[in-house]
Every structure is written in C-alpha cells, then in structure tokens.
Design a protein around this ligand. Structure first.
Ligand code: HEC
Ligand code: HEC
Length: 285
C-alpha cells in the first residue's frame, strides 16, 4: 500500500531527529579521540581536505598577480621570508621542519608538495587567510601584500630545487632540533600494542606522509619521495644500501649521512622510533 505524503514526512522527521540526537550524544559522551597522535577517520579527513580545496577555489581572486612573480629580486625576498616564518612547519629541500611542524595533525604539507594544485592567487589567499582547524596561520596582519606575493613567487619558482641548490641559496642557518627519547612512555596507549602499531604512530609524528605515500597512513598522497608500499620486497634502500633491518634503521635516522645528495632530511628519528617504523614498513607485505 503506498504511504501517504504526510507519513513519509513523519518518518523523515523521526529519522532526522534521532540522527541529530545520536550525533549530539556522541559528541557529549567524549568517545571521540581528539589526540593528535591518532589519525583522522577517513570521513573527517575527507571533510577537512575537500572543504579546504573547495573553499580556497571559490574565495581566491580571479585577478592576475600585481607583481612579476618571475622577478629574481622578488623571489630572493620570498626565500628570506620563507626561512623566517614558514620553514619551521613546511621544511625545505633537504631541511626537516622544526619540532612544531612534526607534531601537528594534519601535518603541514612538505615544501616540495606545497600548493602543487594551487594557482598563484589560490596560494596567496591561503597564505593571507590561513586555514581554520589545521594550524596554518593567517599572515595578512603580519606580512604586507608585497611580502605575501613574494612568498608566492618563491614557492612557485622553487619546487624544482635540489637540496644542494637550496643550501647554496639559503642565508646559512641550520635549525636546532630537540632530541627525542628512546625510553618507553608509561602513559602512552600504544606501548601495549607492539612495535608495528607504535611504528605507525611514529610515522604520523615524523610527518613521513608529507613526502611518501604509505599504506595505512592517512595523508595527502604526496609524491616528494617514492611510495613505500612495496619497500619490504625491494633489493636496495634509496638505491644505496642493501635492504635489511639494520640498514633501514640507519637510513631512517641519518639519510643525509648515507647520501648527502638526497632530498630526504634528517628528521631527528631516535633509535627506538626507527626500529618501530622499520617494523611497520616491513609489515606491509
Ligand atoms: C604552525 C605551522 C605552520 C606555519 C608556521 C606555516 N604553515 Fe602553511 N600550513 C600549515 C598547515 C597545518 C597547513 C594545512 C594542512 C592541510 O590542510 O592538510 C598549511 C597549508 C599551507 C598552504 C596550502 C598548501 C596546499 O597545498 O593546500 C600554503 C600555500 C602554506 N601553508 C603556506 C605557508 C607559508 C608561505 C607560510 C609562512 C609565511 C606558512 N605556510 C607557515 C602549517 C603552517
Ligand atoms: C622531505 C621529504 C621526505 C620526508 C619528510 C621523508 N622522506 Fe623518505 N625519502 C624522501 C626521498 C626524496 C627519498 C628518495 C631518496 C633517495 O633515493 O635518495 C626517500 C627515501 C625513503 C626510503 C627509501 C625508499 C626506496 O624506495 O628505496 C624510505 C624507506 C623512506 N624514505 C622512509 C621514510 C620515513 C619512514 C620517513 C619518516 C620518518 C620519511 N621517509 C620522511 C623524502 C622524504
């Protein structure tokens, strides 16, 4: 028997109110884990990244940039601004982000991946206004319009820089890094879960997915370095070390010592974290 329109409205109303009620109950229960060591659920990650992309696209100006973005002086000015204000979160070729940028969730995109899909005005809009709920600051009250465009000019000119070229350009600072700890953290829930699980958490906290696609780690599908899906079966690590656990640990801790020309920076990975990350990488068979 076909339902009358009023009974459809009634059941839609019941469903909607119970859905909203359930959602509010979930929020109030405190079950949702806001810890930055936990990955976003697929739904939340999708909502955040889609909202960001769509919002930037629709808000950015359609006008062409007011400065010549290919001008060498403008680009040089952008480099200094980048070192002072952005490097700590976004890193640079061969240079790891500072400790703030490594502990964030979502991780700030790596330098070489930054704005790959953004036009110059979209990049300018993101820098000027920041990105809510991610930790990306708004810069319009701290940097002039010219300075923000200089940053765009630098970023648009730079993704093809090698680490050696970047070292030759930069004003000559190296970032100071705090040491991590190898001791078990008695309060951490993953201490009970074994090396593979702990390695997965560590991968998030060293922001590896800002450069690599790694199965099981939610991130931006970055292509700065090779995808690590088949790493367990590979003959060599980074083309220079034979693939065995001790070499993997050495590579993860000191890539710049193994190959000073590599774009993978020393991230300050501790011995224990490297062991657990290696356990995770070898578990992906
Ligand atoms: C405190 C850390 C932090 C600092 C400092 C910072 N950013 Fe960001 N930035 C982020 C995060 C986090 C995101 C967004 C990550 C996401 O949405 O997944 C972001 C996103 C961006 C994006 C958008 C990238 C894209 O591909 O969508 C641009 C462009 C950007 N930042 C430029 C800059 C510039 C230029 C500076 C320096 C003036 C800067 N950021 C300083 C954390 C930071
Ligand atoms: C700034 C970008 C960047 C970050 C961050 C980064 N890597 Fe890399 N990684 C690279 C690049 C580029 C290569 C290729 C290096 C080479 O062959 O010299 C690489 C190579 C590797 C390799 C060897 C891959 C192969 O196919 O032989 C492994 C394993 C690896 N990275 C793991 C990690 C892990 C784990 C982390 C986090 C602790 C990490 N990387 C962080 C850029 C990065």
């Amino acid at each position: 028997m076909p339902r009358s329109p009023s009974s459809i409205v009634f059941w839609a109303f019941v469903l909607l109110t119970s859905g909203v009620g359930g959602f509010l109950g979930y929020i109030y229960s405190g079950v949702y884990d806001i810890s930055a060591t936990k990955q976003h659920t697929p739904l939340v990650y999708w909502i955040l990244s889609t909202a960001r992309r769509q919002s930037v696209q629709s808000h950015a100006s359609k006008e062409p940039p007011p400065l010549d973005l290919a001008n060498a002086d403008v680009i040089a000015r952008g480099l200094v601004l980048f070192e002072n204000h952005c490097l700590q979160c976004h890193g640079a070729p061969g240079v790891a982000p500072g400790v703030i940028g490594l502990g964030m969730n979502p991780s700030p995109p790596n330098f070489a991946q930054m704005g790959r899909d953004l036009s110059a005005p979209e990049m300018y809009w993101s820098i000027s206004n920041g990105i809510k709920l991610t930790g990306m600051p708004a810069w319009r009250f701290r940097l002039s319009e010219d300075e923000r465009w200089a940053l765009v000019a630098f970023l648009k000119s730079a993704p093809k820089l090698t680490p050696a070229e970047y070292r030759a350009l930069r004003p000559g600072r190296t970032s100071a890094r705090m040491g991590g700890s190898n001791a078990p953290d008695s309060e951490a829930p993953w201490e009970r879960e074994g090396a593979v699980q702990r390695g997965r958490i560590a991968i998030g906290q060293y922001a590896c997915s800002t450069c690599h696609f790694i199965p099981g780690i939610r991130g931006p599908d970055a292509q700065v370095g090779p995808p690590l899906a088949g790493i367990a079966e590979q003959t060599y690590i980074a083309g220079v070390l034979t693939n065995e656990p001790a070499h993997m640990i050495e590579w993860l801790r000191h890539p710049q010592r193994v190959n000073p020309l590599s774009a993978m920076p020393d991230l300050g990975v501790t011995e224990r974290d490297a062991r657990d990350i290696a356990a995770y990488l070898y578990s992906m068979r």
